[in-house]
Design a protein around this ligand. Structure first.
Ligand SMILES: C[S@@+](CC[C@H](N)C(=O)[O-])C[C@H]1O[C@@H](n2cnc3c(N)ncnc32)[C@H](O)[C@@H]1O
Length: 199
């Protein structure tokens, strides 16, 4: 039956390494906001692993119905129906959460959307709330691997406003939003998992 659901092989591959990092951050909290939930694989996986927290997944309005397919099929008590959230539609119409998570979305969004994301995210985190962002980044203007440089070319051919983001730029946006970088974890497949905490 799962073959009928939207599926991402990358999500399947990265969920366990992401869990290894996130478990210390998600263990004793009540709520998570997911932005750009995509296929819902992360939402279902993490809601299953952390039954004490409520995982609130979201995506742009056009993608919410497909995100809802897997989430609805899972029928987990701690995984409500996803809600529409485009980071550009500010102020965001949602509550505050103990943590926020997004995977492989900052390089898909435009750079203006990334700015909007960081301008808004701290308003939706509780005190000491964590922001966890998974994806590829550049450091000092350099790609971490040739394959990430190729990926950036591929992204820009699809949408010139997308692209692998500079870690330093993203961290400056986070700092301006009152978020302190706690961890920069190197992950498989040339990705990072960045964790910030609201001051
Ligand atoms: C490559 S997919 C990643 C999906 C999922 N997080 C995963 O890891 O498989 C990028 C996601 O970013 C979302 N996205 C793009 N622009 C967005 C925006 N302006 N606001 C919120 N989400 C956005 C897309 O709809 C999509 O779900």
């Amino acid at each position: 039956m799962d073959t009928e659901l939207p599926f991402s092989q990358a999500s399947e591959n990265n969920k366990l390494p992401i869990l290894e990092v996130l478990k210390s951050h998600l263990d004793n909290i009540d709520s998570v906001l997911e932005i750009g939930g995509g296929t819902g694989q992360h939402a279902v996986f993490f809601a299953n692993i952390f039954p004490k927290l409520v995982w609130h997944s979201s995506d742009v309005p056009a993608n919410v119905d497909s995100l809802a397919l897997r989430i609805g099929r899972a029928a987990l008590p701690n995984l409500p129906h996803p809600f529409p959230l485009d980071v550009n539609s500010r102020p965001w119409q949602c509550d505050k959460f103990d943590a926020a998570f997004t995977a492989n979305s900052l390089h898909i969004m435009t750079s203006d959307s990334v700015i909007g994301f960081f301008a808004e995210i701290a308003n939706h985190l509780n005190s000491r709330g964590k922001l966890c962002v998974y994806g590829p980044f550049k450091y000092a203007g350099e790609f971490t691997t040739p394959s990430n440089a190729d990926f950036d070319i591929w992204l820009k051919q699809r949408d010139p406003l997308s692209g692998v983001r500079d870690f330093e730029w993203v961290n400056e946006l986070a700092l301006a939003a009152g978020l302190e970088l706690l961890e920069d974890n190197s992950m498989p497949a040339n990705n990072q998992l960045l964790v910030w905490s609201k001051q």
